[in-house]
Design a protein around this ligand. Structure first.
Ligand code: NAD
Ligand code: MG
Length: 409
């Protein structure tokens, strides 16, 4: 990485966005921040603009963009404020941009990430939902746009590092038997099953090893995160469902492993800190410091492994099912999960109802082919409508039950 790289960071105010800026700040002279984007966090992005001086800042919401533009003017910064998904697509595809960190959460990140792929950028992909919902379309855009896709998800970054590389340093797939994705098991790995229906959003977001955004934290607690990652691995590494195995590893020190036909297993280890995969992808194929404490193996002592419990983590099975079903099923799975997690975080849905809602949506799915972006958006919308109907029925039943018990008491 001899030349200075120009970066756009999509979702700069989130957990991954902040960690990316942390790594960038450790290497003055190596990176220039061209654009930052966020949903509506005006003060947070203003502070980032003051620190990194981007040429563009994009807010999803128009009122937030107006407010930011006023504050940027007051601060005397030379930064153009744009708005909406179109603004994010624009800054992901600017001619002067070399690399795009795709760190928006959910399918909301798909269109800007696709714009980066079509414009042939180096894409640092954290936004796994883009691949889960639109796998074939996204991979096609990467190929035809001449983009380079580097995984940020720690597991996929680990696999990328453990893949066979040819003498020119290009990753390949020769001799691989299986991909082993590690999972921490989240905060409820050992909690009594009978207590899970009373779990609160705060408990679900208290991950034992990682500090992350709320949505991925809930996904980790249900293990839907690992399910989405199985689908992500399918697209990134051209592996079938049968070639991807999930192993619970509570310490989150081994980030994933590649098993070869000769019996070799190559793992990537490190402290659980997203700045390691971010730094790896930013500087690839070189290495730069990430600010992450080094691993102390004697202090760690032992590492543990176990098979995931299907009864405790039904979301994982649902994701494998969606991957095997293909077509629109992964898009519907993701949409149902986004609705379920938002309802759970709003206190409107129980933790154990998350997989119930997703299963109900998948059962109703008319699994037509998925050939273009319009099909993805259509499948996403349809699944959200079904999820909304399911939620409304559950709510109606809850009111009826409450009413019934009031009548009896
Ligand atoms: P986060 O919630 O902390 O941040 C999300 C960012 O996206 C914020 O900047 C927010 O303003 C922006 N955003 C949210 N909704 C938006 C919308 N509708 N339109 C445009 N922008 C929007 O999330 P995070 O934890 O940083 O995760 C980001 C992505 O990275 C997710 O796809 C997640 O699965 C993936 N990821 C995160 C981690 C982690 O450690 N946090 C690890 C692996 C993968
Ligand atoms: Mg991960």
């Amino acid at each position: 990485m001899t030349e200075k790289q120009n970066l756009t960071i999509l979702g700069s105010t989130g957990s991954i966005g902040i960690s990316t800026l942390d790594v960038v700040a450790r290497h003055p002279g190596k990176f220039t921040i061209v654009a930052l984007t966020a949903r509506h966090q005006v003060d947070a992005i203003l502070e980032q603009c003051l620190n990194f001086g981007p040429k563009y800042a994009v807010m999803l919401e128009p009122q937030a963009a107006e407010m930011l533009a006023r504050k940027i003017k007051q601060a005397g910064l030379d930064c153009e404020v744009l708005c909406g998904v179109e603004g994010m697509e624009k800054v992901a595809a600017l001619p002067e941009v070399d690399a795009v960190m795709a760190a928006i959460v959910g399918i909301a990140g798909l269109r800007p990430a696709l714009a980066a792929a079509r414009a042939g950028k180096k894409i640092l992909l954290a936004n796994k939902e883009a691949l889960v919902t639109a796998g074939p379309i996204f991979m096609d855009a990467v190929r035809t746009g001449g983009a380079t896709l580097l995984p940020i998800d720690s597991e996929h970054n680990a696999i990328f590092q453990a893949l066979p590389h040819d003498y020119a340093g290009q990753p390949g797939t020769s001799g691989i038997r299986r991909i082993l994705l590690t999972a921490s098991g989240g905060p409820f790995r050992t909690a009594p099953l009978g207590e899970l229906d009373l779990v609160t959003p705060a408990q679900a977001c208290a991950h034992p090893n990682w500090v992350m955004g709320q949505k991925i934290s809930v996904d980790s607690a249900t293990m839907m995160n690992k399910g989405l990652e199985v689908i992500e691995a399918h697209w990134l590494f051209n592996a079938t469902a049968a070639q991807i195995e999930v192993v619970i590893h509570p310490e989150s020190v081994i980030h994933s492993l590649v098993e070869y036909i000769d019996g070799s297993v190559i793992a990537q280890l490190g402290n659980p800190d997203m700045r390691t995969p971010i730094a790896y992808a930013l500087a690839y194929p070189e290495r730069i410091a990430a600010g992450v404490p080094f691993l102390d193996l004697p202090k760690l002592g032992v590492l543990h492994f176990e098979a995931p419990d299907e009864l405790r983590f039904p979301c994982l099975k649902l994701a494998y099912h969606a991957l095997r079903a293909g077509r629109r099923a992964p898009t519907a799975l993701n949409a149902a999960n986004e609705v379920a997690v938002a309802s759970f975080l709003a206190g409107e849905l129980g933790f154990l109802q998350i997989p119930q809602l997703i299963e109900a949506v998948l059962e109703q799915l008319d699994n037509r082919p998925l050939a273009a972006l319009a099909d993805v958006l259509d499948a996403d919308q349809e699944a959200r409508i079904h999820a909304g109907q399911w939620l409304a029925t559950v709510q109606k039943n809850r009111i009826r039950e409450k009413h019934g018990s009031l009548m009896r008491s």
